[in-house]
Write a protein that binds this ligand. Structure first.
Ligand code: AMP
Length: 286
């Protein structure tokens, strides 16, 4: 496995692979890898000849009061995991290599990124879109894998690729959970043992809503209410949102009829956690 830190080196390696007729799939991450990331890497493997994983805690997607400095990092362990997964190149640049001191060009998605996390993290998706477009250019990737754990991010990136005609295929990957339901996340490391138990309220609420949906419930406030009930039962420190959104617009859905996303962001202790389920109201085949 090649470990590359310079953007020029990644682009040169990618160009050599392309010249040899090989396809490249990129898996962008912020590191501190877990089973969720590994499932993305395995999906990438099945979709192309070469797999590039990037590990970059991207400063431009963190707000001034967010956890950029304390975001968990363990590059040696991440590299070992990538080696075991047969990753071809691990790209691990420093912020200085990714952003010139007078960097001044940004990609701003102006619709899907306004609600949900975007309403609470105003510069977040501008940073995400900008760094992803840079990574797409550097890796010359034919495809890039994004997890449904960050459902809004996936939809925003798909929109950017569509609107800016970026020649890359976005490959969505299923959300990976712990056995007890907790969505896997690098930020779970922040949770104390007690907080980890309380954090199960997010997935428990979403599963209850999913069951109610399967039993025919379509009213947004009934579905979101089930999630809120669980969060209130564990006295979540703060609920940023529990929303049922139309999946195409990420605006509040009038009903769970159609394709919707039930998404939650809440603080357990000082840790902000997100989770979601996609609700699909497709009529059963006759
Ligand atoms: P991160 O390192 O948290 O920025 O995540 C990098 C990629 O891994 C993103 O596409 C995430 O959506 C994806 N990812 C993170 N956690 C999970 C999970 N539990 N299941 C599926 N994908 C995930």
């Amino acid at each position: 496995m090649k470990i590359l830190t310079s953007p020029a080196d990644l682009q040169a390696q990618a160009a050599a692979w392309k010249k040899a007729g090989e396809t490249i799939i990129l898996v962008p991450t912020m590191g501190y890898l877990h089973e969720g990331h590994l499932s993305l890497i395995r999906l990438a493997r099945r979709n192309g000849d070469r797999v590039v994983v990037s590990i970059f805690v991207n400063p431009t997607q963190f707000g001034p009061t967010e956890d950029l400095d304390k975001y968990p990092r363990d590059f040696q362990r991440d590299a070992e995991l990538c080696r075991q997964e047969g990753v071809d190149a691990l790209f691990h640049p420093s912020p200085g290599e990714m952003y010139a001191p007078d960097f001044s060009c940004w990609v701003q998605e102006e619709s899907l990124s306004q609600t949900l996390c975007g309403a609470f993290r105003p510069i977040h998706f501008r940073g995400v879109c900008t760094v992803c477009l840079k990574l797409f250019h550097l890796s010359l990737a034919d495809g890039a894998v994004f997890g449904k754990k960050d459902a809004q991010q996936l939809l925003v990136i798909q929109r950017m690729v569509r609107d800016l005609n970026v020649p890359i295929r976005i490959i969505p990957a299923p959300l990976v959970r712990e056995e007890d339901g907790l969505a896997r996340s690098s930020r779970n490391k922040y949770l104390s043992a007690q907080e980890r138990v309380r954090a199960l309220a997010l997935s428990r609420g979403l599963f209850r809503a999913q069951e109610a949906f399967q039993a025919g419930e379509r009213r947004p406030e009934a579905l979101t209410g089930l999630v809120r009930q669980e969060l209130e039962a564990v006295q979540a420190e703060k609920i940023d949102y529990v929303e049922l959104m139309d999946r195409d617009t990420l605006r509040p859905a009038g009903s769970a009829a159609g394709h919707t996303l039930l998404a939650v962001a809440a603080y357990i202790g000082k840790t902000r956690l997100i989770d979601n389920v996609f609700l699909d109201d497709t009529p059963a085949c006759p």
